[in-house]
Design a protein around this ligand. Sequence first.
Ligand code: S3P
Length: 433
Amino acid sequence: MILRVEGIGPLKGGLKVPGDKSISHRSLISASIAEGYSEISGLSSGQDVLSTLSCLRQLGIGIAIDGNNCRVEGRGLKGFIEPDDVLDAGNSGTTLRMLPGLLSGQSFLTTMTGDSSLRKRPMGRIIEPLSLMGAKIWARDGNRLAPMSIKGTQLSPMEYELPVASAQVKSAIIYAGLMAEGVTEIIEPSQSRDHTERQLEFLGADISIDVVGGKRHIKVVGGSTFTGGLFEVPADISSAAFFMVAATLVPGSKVVLEDVGLNETRTGILEVLKSMGAFIVTDNVRVVGKEEIGRITVNSSPLLPVTVRGETIPKVIDEIPILAVAATQATGVTGIRNASELRVKESDRIAALARELTKMGAVIEELPDGMIIRGPSKLHGAKVNSHGDHRIAMALAVAALVAEGVTEISDAECVSISYPSFAQDLASLGGTA
Ligand code: S3P
């Protein structure tokens, strides 16, 4: 599919973007291992979350869907049943990395795979720690790539320091820790998103967090059961970020984003945009479950350059594509460093951004662990490609709003991975031809 975008004026209006993708995956997974029924509202309708949902159904979990609400029949910690086919995670790294944590502790063999992009993404980062707990996992290319087969067993607890800040890896070990005999301790090098910890605490699982010498230590007690409940999924700040940048860049815009998740491990985009001079106000903040949510109002404003590196990177990792677009319009040199993880996302996001934004007139220097962006550039419409990556497609659509002429984004169907109604929501704010 080709997405054609031409900016013609300011964006105005209000929007509630779809449910948070990370919290949606976790709500489905946690509800499926809870005792009894759970109700989830505001679930993401993106393809990635549907991949988790269909894998869980194949594992014997009853899930009834009604729009963005669903009812999940939890079967307890070890209640999955042996699937009669391979589980396909599609494009979803979160599905393929988190489910093996639970599958390692069941009593049967499961094989998981994904699409051609996911089959290239590193899986050693979950296979190694889960194997230390006793999991039996076989994977392609020297135990590094999917497809992979997981033979469930009785897991042992462990103490493990994560080599990279990854919420997917952390969550896989937390879920495995629930299945192990004893206390599993995970130490994070720097904090990644903590939705799994918050959700399990909210549900009453035995999980605790201490900060020792500046590092978070997460302790999970194996066998701690919990009952299902009500899950309310906030709107996804990673999706809202496209409209924050669009409203900032297009003169005369004002956009209000409702019920956006404001978990502090995800608000790096607000901090970075504000430090660039963006005019962003957050109000109506409240707590739902254990997650903060609120309203974000964005007015257009000029931008200054910024350097983003170190501990900020995990807090803004999924927003770097749209941040790169913002940086093309900032007055000066923006640096993004310590972000080599971008090379193993849905695409090599450093290469994809440098290549596609350059076609539109941006000045970007690719670095092994990030990029240097020299702004402001006068962008022009071009024929660009999404590299099959939803966040690259949507970032290019926002760049198109400030470009002269029409931009055609090919392979744009991938936006449905996280945001099926992106094009309609963008159109609803006006500003596009
Ligand atoms: C996610 C964690 C991050 C993020 C991904 C979603 C999650 O990946 O980039 O889009 O839901 O836990 P890593 O765990 O690889 O850092």
